[in-house]
Write a protein that binds this ligand. Structure first.
Ligand SMILES: [Mg+2]
Length: 118
């Protein structure tokens, strides 16, 4: 059981991911943009973060860098779209543990989280 911060500007996706995670015994905190993700990370100190890339206010890459500069051990898994290969590379260089390409199977997200938490 872990505390997971789910960050995505698409509400339906947050709902879907939250349902899946709570169904697997995890606690979830949500944010709908990168700036809120940084604030909620500081407030809640989650065990891992699922981070969308394209979001208003602050994108996922900037939020990843901000979170990692405050907590070099932060475990962040990026939620990416097809065609975002350069973003994925930059995210991995910036300390992201893994990435999952949308649309994704729930099992793929759970497996990436499990590896990030190990
Ligand atoms: Mg988005």
């Amino acid at each position: 059981m872990a505390k997971i911060l789910v960050v995505d500007d698409a509400e339906f996706l947050r709902v879907r991911i939250t349902k899946m995670l709570t169904g697997n015994g995890h606690e979830v905190v949500e944010a709908d943009n990168g700036a809120k993700a940084v604030a909620k990370y500081r407030e809640n100190r989650p065990d891992a973060v699922l981070m969308d890339v394209t979001m208003p206010e602050m994108d996922g890459l900037a939020a990843l860098k901000e979170i990692r500069s405050g907590d070099p051990n932060a475990r962040v898994v990026m939620l990416t779209a097809l065609g975002q290969e350069s973003v994925v590379l930059e995210a991995i260089k910036s300390g992201a543990r893994d990435f999952v390409v949308k649309p994704f199977e729930p099992d793929r997200v759970l497996a990436a989280l499990k590896r990030a938490l190990a």
